[in-house]
Design a protein around this ligand. Structure first.
Ligand SMILES: CC(C)(COP(=O)(O)OP(=O)(O)OC[C@H]1O[C@@H](n2cnc3c(N)ncnc32)[C@H](O)[C@@H]1OP(=O)(O)O)[C@@H](O)C(=O)NCCC(=O)NCCS
Length: 199
């Protein structure tokens, strides 16, 4: 007998815009536009040393950008992931990325990740975007648990996790390779839908 969780049916991410005040989270997709174009902005992000090390992108050409945007559009269309561009509220420029995707939809478990362009760091955008996406996913998509993984050496990401209310749960040994080579240890952080939001 299959026991179906009544929440599974509402576990779909539907396109939305989240307002952080000084920035907006907008669904990635072919309709998204930023000053100067998505291609150059993604290429700049891909070339950033910290992004290249901890959140590698392969946005080196127009075809790749188009493929990336089409894939994001498909994620939104089938509700399996919620990839957001973080854009400046004043001028629309690209600040970064916040991605939420199901890892086990039946169990209500999702995973979150992010990166920021260097110029957008230091103002809490990653932490605030992570909190906003988490709250939205809990309230509108039946998320029960959100996990956040980062390499042990990525202390900036560890601080984002803690600031966003994702306590450290443990260290995973040799769990991930960021460059296709050595597998490194990662911290697992997570928050539950039942964890209170403090803001
Ligand atoms: C990880 C990464 C997103 C962190 O960026 P960040 O700007 O340090 O993080 P936040 O946007 O949360 O900003 C936090 C900083 O803004 C400050 N800040 C200012 N206003 C703030 C506010 N309203 N709320 C929270 N923090 C605020 C904080 O004090 C903190 O500064 P500090 O580190 O000097 O204490 C960035 O380093 C990055 O893109 N790295 C490469 C990609 C990557 O590692 N992705 C994660 C893979 S797991």
């Amino acid at each position: 007998m299959t026991i179906s969780d009544p929440d599974t049916d509402r576990r779909v991410f539907r396109p939305t815009v989240l307002d952080l005040g000084d920035a907006l989270l907008r669904p990635w997709g072919p309709d998204l536009d930023v000053p100067g174009g998505i291609g150059p902005a993604l290429t700049a992000a891909a070339a950033d040393p910290a992004v290249a090390r901890w959140s590698p992108l392969s946005a080196t050409g127009q075809v790749v950008v188009e493929t990336y945007l089409a894939r994001c559009e498909q994620y939104w269309a089938d509700g399996t992931a919620a990839p957001f561009a973080i854009v400046d509220a004043a001028d629309g420029s690209l600040c970064g990325n916040a991605y939420l995707g199901w890892t086990n939809r039946d169990d209500g478990v999702a995973m979150i990740g992010y990166w920021l362009l260097a110029a957008a760091r230091g103002r809490g955008l990653a932490s605030r975007a992570t909190t906003a996406v988490t709250r939205w996913a809990v309230e509108h998509a039946g998320v029960r648990r959100i996990e956040l993984y980062h390499a042990v050496a990525n202390e900036d990401s560890c601080r984002v996790a803690v600031r966003a209310g994702f306590p450290y749960e443990g260290t995973l040994r040799g769990s991930y390779t960021y460059d296709g080579g050595v597998y490194v240890d990662e911290h697992l952080h997570a928050r539950l839908a039942s964890d209170p939001f403090t803001d």
